[in-house]
Design a protein around this ligand. Structure first.
Ligand SMILES: Cc1cc2nc3c(=O)[nH]c(=O)nc-3n(C[C@H](O)[C@H](O)[C@H](O)COP(=O)(O)OP(=O)(O)OC[C@H]3O[C@@H](n4cnc5c(N)ncnc54)[C@H](O)[C@@H]3O)c2cc1C
Ligand code: FES
Ligand code: FES
Length: 477
């Protein structure tokens, strides 16, 4: 049995006696006695539990904000963990981020403040340009019930514009110390097992040995089982350290993402090849969620409102599934078979996701409608792909989430538009075609009628954006 080893505010810690599914938040507060990190929602929504995680990525130390309430302790093996207790200097001098919050009067009851400090610290360490859009993005995963956000944003603006405030946490000593830590592959405690295989072969072996194990990637879905439901999962197998699953590659034909690629890691490639998808991905959860959550995890969950699925459907993406007995490739559209159901067989994992690149003839758009702009699950999510010959539709693909028990293509709509003029006219038969494609349900996110209206509205938006001279994305307004 090995211990979980990590640096906590610069100090080496080795833990070998707590439950393998204890959350990082519970460990920090209950075992380490670091109660600055707070529990607000225990489901990744409020950001009060935000800590900064330093991880080696391509031999570089990267600091990212994460929700400690969603992470199991063995997930931080080999990482540097920074909490609010570790950001001031030993003599008590506050970190510039803390000082900026004080100077901007950006705290009242203080419950949210440690989370904001850590989200701001991660933003600052990333050395991003000091734009309001990026500040907004960096802070969107943190809620404050009393201060109001203007003063918090002001504080973040202050630390963003002054590089001298970027007091170092990304030290080379940390990278050296992390590189020297022995990796925990097999953490066991009280009958629970948490395996962290490093290679494909080890992963397949672990899955064969424990067929009932829970496969864990970022844990932004699975983590709720321990954070919210307090389940003591007997066996967890983490994919995060499997080297073969980490690659992002592209050639003239396609972008290929490995099975552990997170949203944050994929974003530069999406920005380059699929800007509309990148805009949508920036609305998946918060940065804290996107720093952990993987594209493969979103696919495997096969949620009817999984935000990646409609885009991957219309882009004709495919997945390579791997098991001990070999590999097979299936289209993402065939991968999802029903409500949270996929073709994944026991012992099989998503090894790669291949997304064919768009040609200059293609127009692609992806839209998300939710009750809030930030940090919300979709009511309806849609993606469209159009290729024209002159003004005539040569190819049209549409897929919707939130309209049925699973994400599906809108085949009647596609047929209705095939060969038609694409000129922005919106005849009623398109709404009728959509009504034949979907019989949406009513729930707390929206009534069936509302969902149909949104589905029609999004198609209309795509038509306007692809036919008007100066297309406007609502997100930019
Ligand atoms: C606060 C919050 C906000 C969220 N917001 C959104 C949102 O806006 N839009 C959205 O679509 N989702 C959202 N989610 C859901 C979640 O973040 C995503 O579905 C995410 O992509 C899941 O990835 P993960 O790596 O965290 O998956 P995990 O939780 O690790 O796993 C999820 C499932 O995928 C399986 N799995 C993971 N990797 C593989 C693999 N390589 N092969 C086979 N199976 C695999 C696991 O076994 C498990 O069944 C949100 C979640 C939270 C907590
Ligand atoms: S406690 Fe709310 S996000 Fe973790
Ligand atoms: S200061 Fe009270 S919740 Fe933010």
């Amino acid at each position: 049995m090995s211990a979980v080893r990590f640096l906590l505010n610069g100090e080496l810690r080795a833990e070998q006696s707590v439950s393998a599914t204890m959350t990082v938040l519970d460990w920090l507060r209950g075992i380490a006695g670091l109660t600055g990190t707070k529990e607000g929602c225990a489901e990744g929504d409020c950001g009060a539990c935000t800590v900064v995680l330093g991880r080696m990525r391509n031999r570089e130390l990267r600091y990212e904000a994460v929700n400690s309430c969603l992470m199991m302790l063995p997930q931080i093996d080999g990482c540097a963990v920074l909490t609010v207790e570790g950001v001031a200097t030993a003599d008590g001098t506050l970190h510039p981020v803390q000082q900026a919050l004080i100077d901007a009067d950006a705290t009242q009851c203080g419950f949210c403040t440690p989370g904001f400090v850590m989200a701001m610290l991660a933003y600052q360490q990333g050395a991003e340009p000091p734009s309001d859009a990026l500040i907004h993005e960096a802070l969107a995963g943190n809620l404050c019930r009393c201060t109001g956000y203007r003063s918090i944003v002001d504080a973040c603006r202050h630390v963003a514009v002054d590089p001298s405030d970027r007091r170092g946490v990304a030290t080379s000593q940390t990278a050296t110390a992390l590189s020297g830590l022995p990796a925990s592959k097999d953490y066991r405690s009280g009958g629970q097992v948490f395996l962290t295989p490093r290679t494909f072969a080890e992963l397949h072996q672990a899955l064969a040995q424990y067929p009932d194990a829970i496969l864990l990637a970022g844990g932004t879905d699975i983590g709720l089982r321990v954070s919210k439901n307090r389940e003591a999962i007997p066996v967890v197998i983490s994919t995060v350290a499997v080297t073969e699953l980490a690659a992002i590659t592209s050639d003239a034909q396609a972008l290929t993402l490995g099975g552990t690629v997170t949203y944050t890691q994929a974003l530069p490639a999406f920005d380059a090849h699929f800007p509309a998808l990148a805009a949508l991905v920036r609305r998946i959860g918060s940065r804290q969620i996107r720093n952990l959550g993987t594209i493969a995890g979103n696919l495997a969950t096969a949620s009817p409102i999984g935000d990646m699925l409609p885009s991957l459907f219309v882009l004709n993406a495919s997945v390579t599934l791997a098991s001990q007995s070999g590999q097979r490739t299936v289209s993402v559209a065939d991968f999802v078979t029903g409500y949270r159901k996929t073709v994944l067989a026991p012992g099989e994992i998503i090894a790669t996701i291949r997304i064919p690149l768009l040609t200059s003839k293609h127009c692609f758009a992806a839209y998300k409608v939710a009750k809030r702009f930030d940090q919300d699950i979709s009511t309806v999510v849609a993606a469209f792909l159009l290729a024209r010959s002159g003004t005539t539709v040569r190819e049209f693909r549409a897929a919707y989430g939130g309209m049925a028990a699973r994400v599906t293509r809108a085949s009647h709509l596609e047929a209705a538009l095939s060969g038609r003029a694409w000129n922005g006219d919106h005849s009623p038969d398109l709404a009728s075609a959509l009504a034949r494609d979907f019989t949406p349900m009513s729930d707390h996110r929206g009534s069936a009628h509302y969902r149909m209206q949104v589905a029609v509205g999004l198609l209309r938006r795509f038509q306007i954006e692809t036919t008007s001279v100066a297309p406007a994305r609502v997100e930019a307004l």
